[in-house]
Ligand binder design. Sequence first.
Ligand code: GLP
Length: 249
Amino acid sequence: MRILVCKDYNEVSQKAAQMILSQITLKPNCVLGLATGSTPIGMYENLVTMYQQGLVDFSEVQTFNLDEYLSISPTNEQSYHYFMNEYLFNHVNIDKNHIHIPNGMADSMQEECIRYEQLIKDVGGIDIQVLGIGHNAHIGFNEPTINFEKGTHIVELDESTRQANARFFNHIDEVPKYAITMGTGSIFKSRKIMLLATGTSKAQAIHDMVYGKVQPEVPASILQFHHDVVLILDEEAASLLLDGDYKRV
Ligand code: GLP
């Protein structure tokens, strides 16, 4: 696990965008795994600027998002469909047919999980997966539980996750109770993983992920076993890590 520590959020965002740019430059038809949440917003803004400057071409890129709330329409401002259009897809030359986000409104959610997992396989897997991390160390919407889930599945959100995400809604009661998410197994199969975290509120989760026992109660801890993971942190998120374990950039 490579750990890079940046001065602040802006530098984390720039560094992350540069890594995506390098990936697309190396392989123009690459498959990106994308995340939502406040953390990657700066990375998306940097990518939009790079696109406007002619530095990056999304025309052959395929994307797979990690997750979506259940029973929220894609036009709802709180949906992850809306988020992705707002922060990235509406501003770059991606082919709309190359965008994949789990459908939280499918008639059969069980079939949707199978369909999504199969789609990832059909395109040959994810080249680089972007992740944020929850305060309880969740990745995607894989909440702490008693087993690592292999594939895309339905999950009941933790009360702490609903509280954390309530800031985007008018009231906590509006925060969905369920979501569809790629499993820790689907995430783990990605060729590269880049996890972003900023702020002191993420320091404990980062500490537990890096040093703790690998266990489903700390979903991100599985990344200790992955062969190509980079964490891009600001100083606050890295504040519980030992100096020698990371590189300042
Ligand atoms: C949500 C998303 C995660 C994200 C997490 C942290 O729960 N499903 O993918 O990593 O929030 O979000 P934030 O970056 O806003 O702290």
